[in-house]
Design a protein around this ligand. Structure first.
Ligand code: NAD
Length: 488
């Protein structure tokens, strides 16, 4: 990867706020630095919005709403489809940009362009399928009309771990439904959203339909937007503690909310599992995105008869990983996002070891530039260890043995989270029992990655509210009206 290509790409990324169809500096003139986590170097300096900029973005989204809501659904869909095509044409640039600001290996960043792009295509197709109903009421005294309407201006807040997909997964259904938006990407990875919104502009999106604010003071800038009486919906992806706080703020205006929050996914391997498949699935479910995914397997609950063999095989696989800057050929593990992430992984591993776990490999931060942590395998992790309760968000694979199916289910459900679970078994009946017993909104049955634009992504329990993607996704941005009319 040439340094020239990187600097040209970075220089081409807009450095302003996008408000009402214009790129502007922050009203205060302040800027924020974006860093490459694999080197610690500043790669771009962009506008740092304050409360006044947030209000301007809200003004623009409110002003653009009536015309956008009245734009024919086919036209809205065609803009999304053009954005999909433009994204394909710029696939390499968008992937490289994600690797530079977030650290994931380039091959994974390319995969995210495919996944993230699919939301544009899917919702370009869903827009014209927004439908209503008409028919007699049961008493035969009138006709009932049920119609769907865009909810209004929306505020979208996204995390740093999937800089493109988390933005398209919200923007595409919102626009398809006829809503306008203010989007606030994470301050650690705002560049991908800025480049993507430039593509939306090129696709012919009218001014004010999408507005972007980048800020280092998320809490201060977001709260007035959430409390603005013109806002109709908040869609948030991020951690459960921040989600809880935002739900409180949203309660004042009784806002519609979608919350895609944290996870603590169990990965259950039964004694009748195909171990080759389970090890392949474990690698994807644990180490994709350097373990920094809400869907990352957090607890490997493995039947005692297989636990040692499973630990040996995953440890062998980890030995073949190549750690480095995501732009380098063959790298499979990039850096963690920042020092806080290193500190968290280190503390969880230390706690597990103090409580009696065995360290099979890894277990330390890697000194030098960038925030790298060794891929780690821990086996025989003891009950009560913090790593079984908290989201690891790092490349640490923790194995807990179990003896029977009932215990596996109890361990898997022993968390306040309920985003996704993974189950490996060759028994159909057992797989079906797990569908009924595991308290998660999604499940991978003999599969280690479940995300798909056509599927309803979302969690049970404290992993969130609502669904993104699938036929369900657009309904998060639509509201229902029932009208009674007399018989003709
Ligand atoms: P985070 O909650 O710290 O931040 C998420 C976003 O919220 C960022 O844009 C951040 O700037 C903003 N934010 C932080 N404090 C805020 C406040 N007080 N007011 C308004 N906005 C605020 O989470 P993160 O560290 O960026 O992302 C990791 C978390 O996201 C993990 O818990 C992960 O599981 C979760 N996540 C969930 C999904 C899902 O679909 N369920 C997907 C990806 C990530």
């Amino acid at each position: 990867m040439s340094d020239n290509r990187e600097s040209e790409l970075l220089a081409s990324v807009p450095d302003g706020l996008f408000i009402g169809g214009e790129w502007r500096t922050a009203e205060s003139g302040k800027t924020l630095d974006v860093m490459d986590p694999s080197t610690g170097a500043v790669i771009r300096t962009i506008a740092d919005a304050s409360v006044a900029d947030g209000k301007a973005a809200m003004d623009a989204a409110a002003a653009a709403f009536p015309a956008w809501a009245a734009t024919p659904a086919r036209e809205r869909g065609e803009i999304l489809r053009r954005a999909f095509d433009l994204l394909q044409a710029r696939k390499e640039d968008v992937a490289l940009l994600m690797t530079l600001e977030m650290g994931k290996p380039l091959a994974e960043a390319r995969g995210e362009v495919v996944y993230g792009g699919e939301f544009l295509r899917w919702f370009s197709e869903e827009a014209p399928r927004i439908q209503g109903r008409y028919g007699p009421n049961p008493e035969g005294t009138g006709r009932m009309i049920v119609s769907q309407h865009p909810v209004g201006p929306c505020f979208l807040i996204t995390p740093w771990n999937f800089p493109l997909a988390m933005a398209t997964r919200k923007i595409a259904p919102a626009l398809a439904a006829g809503c306008t938006v203010v989007i606030k990407p994470a301050e650690l990875t705002p560049l991908t959203t800025l480049l993507f919104v430039r593509l939306l502009e090129e696709a012919g999106l009218p001014a004010g339909v999408v507005n972007v604010i980048t800020t280092s003071t998320s809490g201060a800038v977001s709260e007035p937007i959430i409390r603005d009486p013109r806002l109709r919906k908040l869609s948030f992806t991020g951690s459960t503690p921040v989600g809880r706080k935002l739900l409180e703020q949203a309660s004042a205006g009784v806002l519609r909310t979608s919350m895609e929050l944290g996870g603590n996914a169990p990965f259950v391997v039964f004694d009748d599992a195909d171990l080759d498949k389970a090890v392949d699935g474990a690698m994807a479910a644990k180490f994709r995105n350097i373990g920094q995914a809400c869907t990352a397997a957090n607890r490997f609950i493995v039947h005692r008869s297989l636990a040692d063999e499973f630990a040996r095989r995953v440890t062998d696989r980890v030995a073949s990983f190549r750690i480095g800057r995501g732009t380098e050929d063959g790298v499979t593990i990039g850096p963690l996002i920042d020092q806080r992430a290193i500190d968290k992984a280190s503390a969880l591993v230390e706690d597990a070891l103090e409580r009696g776990a065995t360290l099979n490999t890894g277990g330390s931060a890697i000194p030098g530039d960038g925030t790298f942590y060794e891929p780690t395998v821990l086996s025989d992790v003891r009950a009560g260890s913090a790593i079984l309760r908290e989201e690891i968000f790092g490349p640490v694979l923790a194995i807990v043995p179990f003896d029977d199916e009932e215990e596996a289910v109890r361990l898997a459900n022993d968390t306040e989270y309920g985003l996704v679970s993974y189950v490996y078994t060759e028994s159909l009946a057992r797989g079906q029992r797990m569908i009924e017993k595991l308290e998660t909104g999604m499940m991978g049955l003999n599969v280690g990655v479940v995300s798909n634009a056509a599927a309803p992504f979302g969690g049970w329990k404290q992993s969130g509210l609502g669904r993104e993607g699938g036929a369900e996704g657009i309904h998060e941005y639509l509201q229902t009206k029932y009208t009674l009319t007399p018989n003709p």
